[in-house]
Design a protein around this ligand. Structure first.
Ligand code: CMX
Ligand code: CO
Length: 146
C-alpha cells in the first residue's frame, strides 16, 4: 500500500546553487547528500517534515553526473524543474508487482538502491499520464550522512 509522498525529484543544472536557493528562500537544510552512479545523479535530500512513525517527506534535488543519464537527458530537453514524484510504501516489491499486473510498465525487474539505502523502482511516465513515478521503501533505519 502506498502510504505517503516520500519525495519530489527536481532536476537542476547546479546542485550547490539550487541547495542554496532552497536554504535561503525557505530555510530547508540538506539532510543527506550522495552520488548514485547507477542512477547517474549527485543529489541532496531536503527533509520537509518528520512524523512520529519515522516517515518523512523530502525534496530530492538532482544534478546529473553524465549527459546520457535519465536526469541529464531530461534536463537537456526540458531545462530545470520537477522530474518525478515518489510514493512511499513498506513493500516496494509487492506493490510494484501488483501495479505491473495492472498493465503499467515497471522499469526494473527488481527494485534498485536509492537515496539513503532505500529500495526504489519506477513506473513509466507514458503509462502514468505523463508523470514519472517512483516507489520507495526506506531502509530499516534511515541514517543521515552529510
Ligand atoms: N517525466 C515525464 N515524461 C518523461 C520523463 C519524466 N521525467 N522522462 C522522459 N519522459 C518522456 C519523454 O518526454 C518522452 O516523451 P515523448 O516521446 O512524447 O517525447 C518519453 O518519455 C521518452 O523519453 P526519452 O527522453 O526518450 O527518455 P528514455 O525513454 O530514454 O527514458 C525513462 C525515460 C523514464 C525510461 C528514464 O528517464 C528512466 O529510466 N527513469 C527512471 C530512472 C531515473 O529517473 N533516475 C533518476 C532519479 C533517481 C532517483 O530518484 O533516485
Ligand atoms: Co527519486
Amino acid at each position: 500500500m502506498l502510504t505517503r509522498i516520500d519525495h519530489i525529484g527536481i532536476a537542476c543544472f547546479d546542485l550547490d546553487k539550487t541547495v542554496e536557493f532552497y536554504r535561503a528562500t525557505y530555510g530547508f537544510e540538506v539532510f543527506h547528500s550522495e552520488v548514485n552512479e547507477e542512477q547517474g545523479v549527485r543529489e541532496a535530500m531536503l527533509k520537509i517534515n518528520a512524523t512520529d512513525d519515522g516517515g518523512a517527506s523530502y525534496l530530492q534535488l538532482l544534478e546529473p553526473t553524465r549527459e546520457d543519464s535519465a536526469v541529464g537527458k531530461w534536463l537537456a530537453k526540458n531545462g530545470e524543474g520537477v522530474h518525478h514524484i515518489a510514493f512511499g510504501t513498506a513493500d516496494v516489491d509487492g506493490d510494484s508487482e501488483a501495479i505491473r499486473g495492472k498493465g503499467v510498465r515497471v522499469l526494473y525487474d527488481e527494485p534498485r538502491i536509492g537515496s539513503m539505502g532505500s529500495r526504489i523502482t519506477f513506473l513509466h511516465p507514458k503509462d502514468c499520464h505523463g508523470v514519472l513515478t517512483e516507489l520507495v521503501t526506506a531502509a530499516p533505519q534511515e541514517s543521515a550522512e552529510h
